[in-house]
Design a protein around this ligand. Structure first.
Ligand SMILES: [Zn+2]
Length: 203
């Protein structure tokens, strides 16, 4: 697939009458995508196309909700970013479908005014396939990461040096690869084409 197109909704999901997302929040989302995410994965996500949708997600037939807390565009090549008054069980969520290392479709949903740190965390799930370090390694052994929770004491507000390095490894491809996910036969990097869905709700 081609690099994803990002659709940012300028009005709150489910607001009636429609309530605008603050310009600060819109700017913060764009800043994370254009500046932070762009430094990851050896620059693979540099220069993504961002569409600003001048309405609520409710007004866009491409937008769907899953399990009431995950919003997305279920079309290959699209990632949605929407805000809502509240999210049950957290302040941000991510829904992503992948085939191998190929990001197919998905979305991020935030409360009304997400912090830059929260936007970066959900972007780590969405774009890089990052999980939570503390789910796999004892907290004492964890590196500093924007993917940790603050409660671990290992959370950074920006993508840490280790995050940046890990993103390069996860997106490194063998010679002969046709970006992003067609590896030459016999390559040790050859990975399953099975579609995997990942969902997160974060504090
Ligand atoms: Zn998370």
């Amino acid at each position: 697939m081609v690099k994803p197109t990002i659709v940012i909704y300028k009005y709150l999901l489910n607001s009636s009458p429609a309530v605008a997302v603050s310009q600060t929040t819109i700017d913060n989302i764009k800043s994370v995508i254009n500046n932070d995410v762009a430094t990851l994965a050896n620059g693979y996500f540099t220069g993504l196309t961002i569409e600003e949708y001048n309405g609520r997600p409710d007004d866009d037939p491409r937008f769907v909700m899953v399990d009431s807390e995950f919003g997305m565009i279920q079309t290959n090549g699209y990632i949605s970013v929407a805000c809502r008054q509240s999210i049950t069980g957290g302040s941000g969520s991510s829904f992503v479908a992948r085939s191998g290392n190929t990001l197919m479709y998905g979305g991020m949903l935030f409360e009304t005014s997400p912090t830059l740190s929260t936007i970066r965390h959900e972007s780590g799930h969405t774009f890089i396939n990052f999980e939570h370090p503390f789910d796999f390694v004892a907290v004492a052994l964890n590196e500093l990461s924007v993917m940790n929770y603050a409660s671990t004491g290992k959370r950074t507000d920006t993508f840490s040096q280790k995050d940046i390095e890990a993103s390069k490894f996860s997106y490194s491809r063998p010679l002969g690869n046709i970006s992003p996910d067609y590896d030459p036969e016999g390559s040790s990097f050859k990975i399953s084409e099975k579609i995997i869905i990942k969902k997160y709700i974060d504090p």
